[in-house]
Design a protein around this ligand. Structure first.
Ligand code: UGA
Length: 436
């Protein structure tokens, strides 16, 4: 099929590359000339495991190309995916500017019977507005719409796209349903569960999923606090509840709170939408409150480990991305923790395997950047593990002790067995377990 994908961010680029890998003929359009320039030159503008191979393969096969110019999109496009960013406003509502700008740019390139698919995360009712807008821009053309939310996780995005647990498609016409079956034929063939539903339902499935995941995390994080106070062990509690299939074992790792470009924003947006509809979402609101307060709690943990006041204390910060295997630092708890530490007068020296470049324009200017984890530790009073990069779980503890006098590790991702650190003579504070 001839497919256009608007937006070459994490989700858009993965969508374009994977659809080309399915055998479709794909044009990826993005208004950012530097991003498209990099892609045209064969460089991937973000870190996402496995994406470079699939891009190389599909570009070499002539099935994927990049442009900033909608006029270069062939007018025989059969399916146009919109996968542009939907940032949030202060009040939690969603900025749909990029979605409707893409609709406007795509409209002249559409032909009779093509389908416009909204894959961006958009509030319930948006895809219907897209249909309305298309009817106004191209009256009488007969274009179909679908809502097809994306559930991929950064860091595992390619794998999630190629082997999803489910595909949700909201349609209001048999034509759009048929087009989506053709797009996803390889997944249908592989017996991936498909849910064909109404457009509004598909839109809401996405928000309900992310808000549920946020709630699960805030729940386990609060249980972790209770474990610390009571002497229970959060991993064992998580395992104990997760073995009940009604609860499920996934997404129960207690940590510094959830971040990233999606969970905080989408959870806030669901709250906003439910208020607009007058239904309220108290549970979701509480999940957000717990997450926000968690940053102070994490800084309090560091303060307790290193000794108050934090002013003048040297903190080696390991990790700035919102999770491992990505270079993304958007809404990362680590960024907020660094800000609070610097505000309290701590001297922060930071290392992250992929996030330093993006961190430079975001963290306070006082923060120093280290070449590796050991460089970050040199002369520190305390080592904080904020992101679960594998290399932070295999630190050479002798080197750590050489570089940090009276060493203490605050592990916000529970990467170590407390007994190991105790045996090495390192004080250790983690999440949902008693300090050693
Ligand atoms: C999330 C969802 O998991 C995806 O299904 C969804 O498609 C995506 O948002 C989106 O809406 O585009 P992502 O933002 O890539 O994916 O990250 P997650 O893996 O969900 O992690 C989110 C946050 O929760 C991170 O800060 C992570 O460290 C934290 N987390 C996750 C935990 O603290 N514990 C866990 O057990 C899992």
């Amino acid at each position: 099929m001839r497919i256009t994908v608007s937006g070459a961010g994490y989700a858009g680029l993965v969508t374009a590359a994977c659809l080309a890998d399915f055998g479709h003929d794909v044009v990826s359009v993005d208004i950012d000339p530097s991003k498209i320039g990099m892609l045209q030159a064969g460089t991937v503008p973000m870190f996402e495991p496995g994406l470079d191979e699939i891009l190389d393969r599909t570009v070499a096969a002539g099935r994927l190309r990049f442009t900033t110019d909608y006029a270069a999109v062939p007018s025989e496009t059969e399916v146009a995916f919109i996968v542009v960013g939907t940032p949030r406003y202060e009040d939690g509502s969603v900025d749909l500017t990029h979605v409707f700008a893409a609709v406007e740019q795509l409209a002249p390139r559409l032909s009779q019977g093509s389908t416009v698919v909204v894959k961006s995360t958009v509030p319930v009712g948006t895809t219907a507005q897209v249909a309305q807008s298309l009817a106004e821009l191209r009256p009488g053309l007969g274009v179909f719409v679908a809502a097809n939310p994306e559930f991929l996780r950064q860091g595992a995005a390619v794998q999630d796209f190629l082997t999803p647990e489910r595909v949700v498609v909201g349609v209001d016409s048999p034509e759009a349903a048929d087009a989506m079956r053709l797009v996803y034929q390889p997944l249908l063939h592989a017996d991936v569960p498909f849910l064909f539903t109404t457009i509004e339902t598909a839109e809401l499935v996405k928000y309900a999923s992310n808000a549920f995941l946020s709630t699960k995390l805030s729940f386990i994080n609060e249980i972790a606090d209770l474990c610390e106070a009571s002497g229970a062990i959060v991993e064992d509690v998580a395992r104990g509840i997760g073995l009940d299939s009604r609860i499920g074992s996934g997404f129960l790792r207690a940590g510094p709170g959830f971040g990233g470009a999606c969970l905080p924003k989408d959870t806030q947006a669901l709250l906003h939408t439910s208020r607009q509809f007058g239904t309220g979402s108290r549970i979701v609101g509480a999940a957000l409150d717990v997450n926000e307060e968690r940053i102070h709690r994490m800084v309090g943990k560091i303060e307790a480990a290193v000794g108050a006041p934090l002013a003048g204390r040297r903190v080696a910060m390991l990790g700035i991305t919102f999770k491992a295997d990505t270079d993304d630092i958007r809404e990362s708890p680590a960024v907020e923790i660094v800000r609070e530490l610097v505000e309290a007068g701590a001297l922060v020296r930071l290392f992250d395997p992929q996030g330093l470049e993006r961190a430079k324009s975001v963290v306070p200017p006082q923060v120093e950047f280290a070449a590796d984890a050991y460089d970050a530790m040199t002369g520190a009073d305390c080592v904080v593990i904020a992101t679960e990069w594998k290399q932070f779980g295999t630190l050479d503890l002798d080197q750590l002790k050489d570089r940090v006098a009276n060493p203490v590790v605050v592990d916000l991702r529970n990467m170590y067995d407390p007994a190991t650190l105790a045996a090495a003579g390192i004080r250790y504070s983690s999440i949902g377990r008693r300090d050693i």
